[in-house]
Write a protein that binds this ligand. Sequence first.
Ligand code: C5J
Length: 221
Amino acid sequence: MPIAIPAEPSDFEFDPARTALIVIDMQRDFLEPGGFGETLGNGVSLLAAAIGPCKVALDAARANGMLVIHTREGHRPDLSDAPPAKVLRGAPSKRIGDPGPMGRILVRGEPGHDIVAELTPLPGEPVIDKPGKGAFYATELEPMLRHRDIEALLVAGVTTEVCVHTTVREANDRGFRCAVLGDACASYFPEFHAMALRMVSAQGGIFGWVTDTAAFAASLQ
Ligand code: C5J
């Protein structure tokens, strides 16, 4: 019997056994001063708003035995998987791979690459290391979902208009239904956050549904 969550543009129906919660890039590099996000000129404090709702979503998913997957954006220490077009883009205060207060910027294994302490993955929860913005590009995410017969995703994390959106678009093209937990996402630009959520549910749900963590958690009670 599917569960229904109130959502835009219509209720989102899901079977917890065939749905995964995916938490995108809740890393120190994006949320804390001195990381990748700040080197790009962003004020990082706005992203903290997503931590509490992500925790609520994680608690609800874990309590109901749902698959939970975390992602991290970052690169190999030799930067062999980092496109020069990404490394050389713009005029950041530090580039990918440069040393910073949390270790080398956006490099795997460095303190800044870690998921924030409040949302540390539990043992057994897959963590996908991704070199791009989308969680499907150059990762094992798709087979991981197919092997478990997952057909729907609840998506949270940062930033709404970049890695969350890219992942939702990739998932759509692969046939997964996506519901974005709006309050568990955040952006350095509040107007981009709001518009990105509208872009998901517009046109009858062109990329999926938008709901929130309270509605998700209540649906599982
Ligand atoms: C960005 C992300 N914004 N996780 N990454 O570069 O959204």
